[in-house]
Design a protein around this ligand. Structure first.
Ligand code: SF4
Length: 453
């Protein structure tokens, strides 16, 4: 049950708002690096943080069936002949980065995302990962993980990747209610999902994450109750409880349903509150935004130690300074610059075939961007941020803007510190947005974001 105070805050703050997996956020990138500038930035980040190792995000964009709610960059096909040429291109792109590094990298983290990574056969996944590992040093406890859709995951694929060092799995659940599954075009039984959990546990995977989404079309309190009850029986170490992002102008398949099918803002928030309560009762702890973990989980431990980090892959325990994104639409991050690969598979493959890094857009961060980036990261990971030097001009502006949020009980402010309150944690995206200079200077592009609740 949501109190009337919270309900009025929801009405006030449920506005389009970035998710802050990067700062500046993608719509405000303006200073795209040339290929030469980007290569310099990669080399510098690689040398600066060599011993920490690098993170690799590999985008595998193919899916057999379209889930209508999906906002990912994906390509729907049943033609598996696409696998080998795509993997060959990924390896060529990796080789381009490897040449830039000038020496063998330490790969601390690999994440296979998509699309559906398990669209690819076990032998193709093996070919991809073996080639990368054979040209890298691997630390004693690497973080290798992959996303899976239970309907398209075979035990053999999990086994193959486990032998290559993968021990983390992220299982897409979303909702077990059949009427929700029908409208999002994602029929997925509890038994299929349970089988993947059992296979993974039996093989030796030690950390499993389940993704659940609240705010989906036709979703009710009963759907959330049933979904969380079933998921918590599987005991994933982590649960990501994401807010559905309604952006039909970017993801036209979302037009299969209308706004009227979606829980409205206070109903949506009530679904989150219900889910949160059920997860806490089941022994999970809230971590950062939309994430819950059991005390045995590394993310929980990092949260307790204050070492939680956030990047394009979401919350992570690794804070490498160089994230290399391979594949169509992948984003790379050198801490001082971002670059995104071409989104269309054909454009991406063409560029790599020509021996060029397939960058389509990016941003070189200014000193002010870097400072704000750090503060937003602190707020998202630790719910507070401080500065010791004289308050810089961008922060003076932010503090003025944040006054209203202080009056609403979302933050506590003093001249060198911002503290998010318990109520404020529900509105963390809104709070971060008040530090976002690009947002406030570009009123015309604010509507590109999904709503904050
Ligand atoms: S939700 Fe996953 S499986 Fe479904 S279309 Fe999107 S990327 Fe593919």
């Amino acid at each position: 049950m949501i109190s009337s105070d919270i309900r009025s805050l929801i009405q006030k703050y449920d506005i389009p708002c970035p998710r802050y997996t990067s700062y500046p956020t993608v719509p405000y990138w303006k200073d795209t690096p040339s290929n030469i500038d980007w290569e310099d930035s990669v080399r510098q980040a690689f040398d600066r943080s060599y011993s920490k190792g690098i993170s690799l995000y590999i985008h595998l964009p193919y899916c057999e069936k379209l889930c209508t709610y999906c906002g990912c960059n994906k390509r729907i096909t049943a033609n598996h002949a696409v696998e080998k040429p795509y993997i060959d291109t990924l390896l060529k792109e990796w080789q381009l980065y490897h040449t830039l590094f000038g020496r063998q990298p330490i790969v601390s983290e690999i994440h296979l995302g998509g699309g559906t990574p398990t669209f690819f056969s076990a032998s193709h996944l093996q070919y991809l990962i073996e080639n990368i590992l054979s040209t890298s040093y691997i630390p004693s406890h690497p973080e290798f993980s992959l996303e899976v859709h239970p309907n398209y995951t075979k035990k053999e694929q999990l086994q193959t990747l486990y032998h290559l060092g993968f021990c983390r799995l992220s299982v897409g659940v979303q909702d077990f209610d059949e009427k929700v599954q029908y409208i999002i075009n994602r029929p997925q039984t509890f038994e299929q999902t349970k089988r993947v959990f059992e296979d993974a546990r039996q093989i030796g995977y030690t950390a499993i994450n389940a993704d659940i989404i609240y705010g989906l079309p036709l979703q009710t309190a009963d759907s959330i109750r049933m979904t969380i009850d079933r998921v918590q029986k599987l005991r994933p170490e982590r649960i990501a409880f994401y807010s559905y992002a309604h952006v039909p102008w970017k993801s036209p398949a979302q037009r299969r349903y209308t706004e009227a099918d979606l829980p409205q803002s206070d109903q949506k928030r009530a679904l989150y509150e219900l889910g949160r309560e059920l997860l806490l009762q089941a022994g999970y702890h809230e971590i950062g935004m939309d994430h819950f973990a059991l005390p045995v989980d590394e993310l929980y431990k990092a949260h307790q130690k204050g070492t939680l980090h956030r990047n394009f892959m979401g919350y992570t325990t690794q804070s490498t300074e160089l994230l290399v994104g391979l594949g169509a639409s992948s984003i790379s991050d050198t801490w001082t610059a971002f670059a995104q690969n071409s989104k269309e598979v054909e454009d991406y493959m063409h560029e790599v075939e020509q021996g060029r890094l397939p960058i389509s857009k990016g941003h070189m961060l200014t000193d002010e961007d870097l400072a704000v980036r750090k503060h937003i990261l602190n707020l998202m990971c630790k719910h507070n941020t401080s500065w010791i030097e004289e308050t810089p001009p961008y922060m003076k502006d932010a503090l003025i803007r944040l006054k209203v949020l202080e009056e609403d009980g979302l933050v506590e402010l003093n001249s060198h510190h911002i503290q998010v309150t318990q109520t404020g944690k529900l509105f963390i995206r809104n709070i971060a947005m008040h530090l976002d200079e690009h947002y406030w200077q570009s009123q015309s592009t604010q509507q590109v974001f999904s709503k904050s609740i």
